[in-house]
Write a protein that binds this ligand. Structure first.
Ligand code: ZN
Length: 293
């Protein structure tokens, strides 16, 4: 081969390499090692952590329902505003469903440590702005306490829980799409959301095999809260009615969740306010007597 031809070939392959841009995946587990560096930079250090659970969702929905919904919303939002999405995560609070098949209820210390260590590892890999996208109602109180506990000791990252509020006009138009009796755990609302994503896994005709009625078995005892409250109300771990889901409800709900999550990702990328306040707090907490009074 002539020297000139060889140089030319190198040039052509170099330009081809430069012009064939590899699309950076949003799924963290789909990235190569070197791509993790690029993703951490391109995302502004933002990673979404969709939280689901494995638990019975009536007789008509898969046990991974919450994870399916949370991951779909996170993946779509990440495609729209680049950030990384953590792999399937289903370690949360689900003690109230231990009596039902399909509930994977890890101990409180395990779910706590696993979440903390997952965040620590994300931070160590360059993702310093972590947004929890929770799909499981039984996690809500756990997440809030967990987030408050982040103030115990300094962290090099911030954790934010995606907590969308729907505009009242949108909420009202959405409500019109469903029978009011249908709302609840594995009810028509949740059934419609899964139907919009994985219709192959939804079997509304099986929903009436069990009752989703609220038995109100502790209503005679006033002014109390007890861990058995959910079982007292819904022993079948199914609430509401879901023989008539509406895929349009599911689509609109999911799309709105994506839209508002995109807004949060953009805001978190554009601002370091949470980091700054957190840092100021940690500094002051070292010696509260020096905090201006
Ligand atoms: Zn659910």
């Amino acid at each position: 081969m002539k020297k000139k031809t060889f140089i030319c070939m190198i040039f052509i392959s170099f330009s081809l390499f430069c012009h064939t841009q590899i699309k950076l995946p949003v799924q963290l587990d789909a990235l190569s090692g070197p791509q993790v560096i690029e993703a951490a930079k391109t995302s502004g250090g933002v990673c979404l952590l969709p939280l689901g659970i494995l638990e019975k969702h009536g007789a008509h929905l898969p046990i991974s329902t919450d994870l399916i919904i949370a991951r779909e919303i996170a993946l779509k939002a990440a495609e729209e505003e680049y950030c990384v999405v953590f792999p399937a995560y289903y370690f949360g609070q689900i003690n109230e469903a231990r009596h039902q098949p399909g509930a994977f209820a890890y101990s409180h210390s395990t779910i706590w440590n696993l979440l903390q260590e997952t965040l620590d590892e994300l931070s160590r890999n360059g993702f310093k702005k972590i947004i929890l996208v929770n799909g499981h109602g039984g996690n809500n109180d756990f997440i809030q306490y967990f987030l408050m506990s982040q103030l115990e000791s300094p962290k090099e990252y911030v954790v934010i829980n995606y907590a969308p509020q729907f505009d009242s006009t949108f909420a009202q138009s959405l409500e019109k799409l469903l029978d009011p009796l249908g709302y609840g755990h594995a009810g028509s609302d949740e059934t419609s959301m899964v139907q919009a994503i994985r219709p192959d896994l939804v079997h509304p005709e099986l929903a009436s095999r069990q009752s989703g009625e609220d038995l109100k078995r502790l209503d005679s005892i006033p002014d109390q809260y007890t861990g058995i409250w959910w079982y007292a109300r819904f022993p079948n771990h199914f609430g509401g009615e879901s023989s008539h889901p509406n895929v349009e409800y599911g689509r609109q709900f999911n799309n709105q969740m994506v839209k508002q999550l995109v807004g949060l990702i953009k805001a978190v990328k554009a601002s370091d306010k949470i980091e700054e306040l957190q840092q100021e707090f940690y500094e002051r907490a070292k010696n509260p007597l020096n905090t201006p009074q």
